[in-house]
Design a protein around this ligand. Structure first.
Ligand code: PHE
Length: 358
């Protein structure tokens, strides 16, 4: 073989190899090109090298020298491409495809009961009622005794309450999960009396308490062993049933006006005679709400009444000086009525497909 032919072959191959290396877009493609051109057994350069034997004897040293130079150049081209890919972001990350649908952010929001509670606090706050809290584990005094619920009263029945078999609880003074938020009435009045200087009258009270209560009811569409109540208490000189009724009517009207579902709807409040040991007289509170479609019906909201003088006396207020009203309404009922929820259990199953709607 003539030297010129050998060299032409060699230069052409070098060109091909360099262009294959520099156009390789991934480590795999580069490796393929390396095997193709620089492969020790069957690479193209190896084949050219084998052709060296056919070169005319006199030209062999020149051919061999040029071969070694070219081989080094091709190896350098390979190394350069290796460097290029190692620092290339295209290699380490998939290409950005702006047409692929995005992953939407799921933005959380407040549970419907929490929304209801906040709205209630807001409305009652504007009526001058301060929100207070009490413990969910209560003693006999606050859940029953101070509320004028005597020892033999059926409300104390173990079938009606979650009594706790914990340290500190005895049969004479049991502990239980509170069955009503009226417990907070007692705590608030006790605190007021305790912070009053001897010989002075304890201050007027105007509070609401919103929280969980517990009763061993079997869960069904309208019952759940845990639910929420809003308790209101106002104690001052000259408080009457008329104050109670107007506060409740204002509360209901503001609540449903604020929902914004059906402007101009009419809300009425009605009292039915009832009995609670801690109020006298006592009433059941019903609310009538005419929705935007003109439909209306009465809904039971809870109990209310004038604080029994025996309760005022038990905590240190003088029933000859002050009177008070109290009410306790079901939070779930109002929330369900507002949203058209028909099964209370849906509120506590934590199914986001349900909760997301509110
Ligand atoms: N605590 C009563 C209940 O749970 C409701 C109530 C509260 C009644 C305040 C009168 C006054 O049924």
């Amino acid at each position: 073989m003539a030297l010129a032919d050998f060299l032409a072959n060699l230069e052409q191959l070098a060109e091909q190899a360099e262009s294959a290396f520099s156009s390789a877009g991934s480590a795999e493609a580069l490796e393929q090109a390396r095997v193709e051109f620089l492969g020790a057994k069957a690479g193209q350069l190896r084949k050219v090298q084998q052709g060296l034997g056919q070169v005319d004897k006199a030209d062999k040293p020149a051919a061999g020298k040029r071969f070694n130079e070219v081989k080094r150049l091709v190896e350098a081209a390979f190394a350069a491409s290796q460097q290029r890919l190692a620092h290339s972001p295209v290699e380490s990350q998939p290409a950005l495809d702006v047409t692929v649908p995005g992953v939407p952010w799921r933005i959380g929001h407040l549970h419907p009961i929490t929304q209801t509670i906040r709205r209630m606090q807001d409305i009652m706050g504007r009526l001058g009622f301060t929100a207070v809290e009490g413990p969910e584990i209560e003693d006999d005094w606050h859940n029953f005794e101070a509320l004028n619920i005597p020892l033999e009263h059926p409300a104390r029945d173990p079938l009606e309450n979650f009594y706790l078999g914990v340290a500190g609880a005895t049969s004479a003074s049991p502990l239980l999960l509170r069955s009503q938020t009226s417990t907070v009435q007692i705590r608030v009045m006790e605190d007021c009396v305790a912070s009053t200087a001897p010989g002075e009258d304890p201050p007027p009270v105007r509070v609401i308490s919103l929280g969980r209560v517990y009763r061993p009811d079997t869960a069904d569409a309208t019952h759940y062993p845990m639910f929420h109540q809003i308790e209101g208490l106002l104690v001052d000189r000259g408080v009457t049933m008329a104050h109670l009724k107007s506060v409740l009517r204002l509360f209901c009207q503001s609540y449903f006006a604020a929902t914004g579902e059906g402007q101009g709807e009419q809300v009425h409040v009605r009292f039915r005679p009832s009995f609670f040991p801690f109020t006298e007289p006592s009433v059941e509170v019903d609310m009538n709400w005419t929705n935007a479609a003109g439909q209306s019906s009465w809904m039971e909201m809870g109990g209310a009444g004038m604080v029994d003088p025996a309760v005022l006396r038990a905590v240190g207020y003088d029933p000859e000086q002050v009177t008070g009203f109290a009410f306790g309404l079901g939070v779930e009922r109002i929330c369900m009525r507002q949203h058209g929820i028909t099964d209370i259990r849906a509120l506590y199953q934590n199914d986001v497909r349900f909760l997301e709607q509110f």
